[in-house]
Design a protein around this ligand. Structure first.
Ligand code: GLC
Length: 482
């Protein structure tokens, strides 16, 4: 399928490109920058939500699934964007938010029975802290996230039918598939039993306020497959990538219907070879299931998550793995994060969402107005400057994406000296030294084909933090790319 080895570029629409001078990014802005994506060599883009929304959770609180928020443009702008994307050979993925709507969605008043209610709140918690129940009159509604995001009841056929219509709406309009939001929270225990105390670690990082309970009843119900089958039925063969916040060992019921699930074990892995090895091993246990991402609008950027000295290695690791890889906007220039704070997002995620830096001007070329969040450091780091620099992160990422297109199938973890992660992808061997000292090269490596810096692998050793691929012994050596 087109996505098997694809690189999908995550656009955060508010922060990509403003075209109408209101300080917020929009669809015509995205269309105007598609040439950057085509030049970079990616296969498609995933747009975080563009639907009408009161923006309590910046679009993940949808008040109309079949429209575009006026802040971002119109349906005609969407049509123009998909037409231009097609002309550039780029696929377009939408973000489907099926677990909850905005409390301002007309469904909430017109079809209260489409939501999850109780007369007696249990101990379920919101992913953002506090009880997952909010009182309204003499009942409580469930909100797995903010209280402005009431959970839909996926056991109600009306909900299933309405959401299937939504899925078809955007596919018919030219979308190529969906990243599907918060799927592990889609179906809950119909008896609404309390979550029991946690007796073992969840397997992925959880905030302290969630970690003492095992979310076995508030999420991931055993019959999740029924709901997922209805998503699949609505989209036919279009791509469905699930945000399933569960360790890979628990993906099976999801993968019966989805094409891929995001590999959160690798995203959250510490920067050390052993943790990365464990994370990759878990995610490839069922071959062909993982979608790779090492950064996004929720958890932060490559350069910050793994340290700016490791940004190239992190990009290379992600782009060398087999299966679709999702690159968050700005990571191609190693954009860092903004300051701590919660000016807009109560959960403190503003810092991951600062605008794209296209040039060295004060707003980074993102807007002609006051940007909704200021640019981080456009004079130091921007697309225009890095495009012309053969040693820049941008040039490196572009070269990696081109290199990736020629990689054959197959991914295998290899034995390696301590502190070194080694794997085989197609005919290439890859090694990363995650330590800050010189390490021996794993056995069997040939001449370097691509490396994070010149001379990273030399004289049988790996310099600190290099990352390179080589052709395996016995195969024809490709020429060095730097
Ligand atoms: C997903 C989104 C996140 C949002 C949440 C609730 O995790 O990525 O941004 O807040 O779902 O929709």
């Amino acid at each position: 399928m087109w996505w098997d080895n694809a690189v999908v570029y995550q656009v955060y629409p508010r922060s990509f490109q403003d075209s109408d001078g209101d300080g917020v990014g929009d669809l015509p802005g995205i269309a105007a920058r598609l040439s950057h994506l085509a030049w970079l060599g990616v296969d498609g883009l995933w747009m975080s939500p563009i639907y009408p929304s009161p923006m309590a959770d910046f679009g993940y609180d949808v008040s109309d699934y079949e429209e575009v928020d006026p802040l971002f443009g119109t349906l005609a702008d969407f049509d123009e964007l998909t037409a231009q994307a097609r002309a550039h050979g780029l696929r377009v993925l939408m973000d489907l938010v099926p677990c909850h709507t905005s409390i301002e969605h007309p469904w909430f008043t017109r079809h209260p029975d489409w939501y999850v209610w109780t007369d007696q709140p249990n101990n379920w918690r919101s992913a953002f802290g506090g009880s997952a129940w909010e009182r309204l009159g003499d009942r409580w509604y469930l909100h797995s996230f903010y209280r402005e995001q009431p959970d839909l009841d996926w056991r109600n056929p009306g909900v299933v039918e309405a959401m299937q219509a939504v899925l078809r709406f955007w596919i018919d309009r030219g979308a190529d598939g969906y990243r599907v939001d918060a799927l592990d929270r889609l179906l809950k225990d119909p008896e609404m039993r309390d979550d029991p105390p946690a007796t073992q670690p969840f397997g992925l990082p959880l905030p302290d306020f969630l970690a003492d309970l095992a979310p076995v009843h508030s999420s991931n119900a055993p019959d999740i497959g029924v709901a997922l089958a209805s998503l699949r039925q609505a989209v036919g063969r279009a791509l469905l990538v699930g945000e399933v916040y569960l360790p890979a060992a628990e993906w099976e019921p999801y993968l019966e219907h989805l094409d891929h699930a995001f590999a959160f074990e690798l995203l959250h892995s510490a920067w050390d070879a052993e943790s990365q090895r464990r994370a990759i091993a878990a995610s490839i246990a069922r071959p062909g299931s993982a979608a790779w991402a090492m950064s996004n609008h929720d958890f932060g950027r490559l350069a910050t998550r793994f340290g700016s000295r490791n940004a190239r290695s992190a990009a290379l690791l992600m782009l060398i793995l087999e299966g679709p890889a999702f690159l968050y906007q700005g990571d191609e220039i190693a954009l860092g994060e903004g300051p701590e704070g919660a000016r807009y997002d109560r959960h403190g995620r503003d810092k991951h969402r600062h605008p794209m830096q296209w040039d060295g001007s004060e707003t980074g070329g993102f807007t002609t107005a006051e940007p909704w969040l200021p640019a981080v450091d456009p004079a130091r780091r921007n697309v225009a400057a890095q495009r012309d620099d053969p040693d820049s992160m941008l040039t490196f990422v572009r070269r990696l994406i081109a290199f990736r297109k020629g990689l054959g199938p197959g991914l295998e973890l290899l034995d390696a000296p301590d502190g070194v992660l080694a794997l085989r992808r197609g005919e290439h061997r890859v090694a990363v030294n995650t330590t800050s000292s010189i390490r021996p090269l794993p056995e069997g490596h040939g001449a370097p084909v691509i490396e994070t810096g010149p001379g990273a692998a030399r004289g049988g050793t790996l310099a600190p933090r290099p990352f390179w691929c080589s052709s395996s012994p016995g195969t024809t050596s490709s020429s060095r790319t730097r």
